[in-house]
Write a protein that binds this ligand. Structure first.
Ligand SMILES: [Zn+2]
Length: 229
């Protein structure tokens, strides 16, 4: 092999090598793009993630947003017949079984206002969420189910106005307590409210009858709480 031939072949090898590197990098980019795309899809599609307190039970889904919407409609309907310058809230719990069957138990409507009369109780004792939490504890203590067939127990608390800071700080432990009361770790709590600034939001002190605009499912917001396990 002449020196020229040798140099020519070495050059060819280098080119082949660099072409290989470019193809490898393009493949890497493709893989990253595919992953990024599916991550974005998962993030946008609320029904395919568990971020809204949803879970699969043998192919059947529990839809937390849909349940919060039912409670919101119920509270709105109640307000139309019972004008009130305070909040209305509602809760429910749904037992989802492995065979796909469900059992839903809604609470009565709970009015919420500041406690200014009973000095032995905190100011938020009379908030709707607190009343609903007490109702849930009583109900779940008396609820029996076969833990072998239970796929999930989904608890939703809904409020027409934003949850106050005092309640928010207390809610951190609510799921853990309800799990203890119901004697299952498969209990999932989610708190929902009407998002302030949306067409569905209103101030009960100014509009005790509501606004007359039907509550929209998209205007509901799941409150972010770092629940203790
Ligand atoms: Zn409160």
């Amino acid at each position: 092999m002449s020196e020229q031939q040798y140099l020519f072949r070495a050059d060819q090898r280098r080119r082949r090598k660099s072409r290989g590197t470019v193809i490898f990098l393009l493949l890497c980019l493709l893989v990253v793009l595919v992953f990024a795309d599916s991550a974005v899809r998962l993030g946008n599609d609320g029904t395919s993630t568990t971020t809204e307190g949803q879970g699969l039970s043998n192919g059947k889904q529990f839809n937390g947003r849909q349940e919060a919407f039912l409670l919101a409609q119920k509270a709105e309907e109640y307000r139309a017949g019972h004008p009130f310058n305070g909040n209305y809230g509602a809760a429910s719990y749904t037992l989802c079984y492995a065979d796909g069957s469900q059992q839903r138990v809604p609470s009565p409507i709970a009015p919420g206002y500041d406690n200014t009369t009973d000095k032995t109780k905190p100011r938020n004792y009379t908030h709707s969420e607190q009343a609903l939490y007490r109702w849930l504890q009583n109900q779940l203590a008396a609820t029996s189910f076969d833990p072998q067939t239970l796929a999930g127990l989904y608890v939703i608390i809904f409020s027409q106005v934003g949850i106050c800071d005092l309640c928010l700080s207390e809610m951190v432990s609510w799921q853990a307590t309800l799990r203890q009361v119901a004697q299952t770790k498969a209990l999932y709590l989610a708190i929902w409210e009407i998002q302030w600034g949306t067409p569905s939001a209103f101030s009960p002190t100014e509009q005790p009858k509501g606004t007359g605009t039907p509550v929209a499912i998209a205007d509901l917001r799941r409150v972010t709480i770092r629940l203790t396990p």
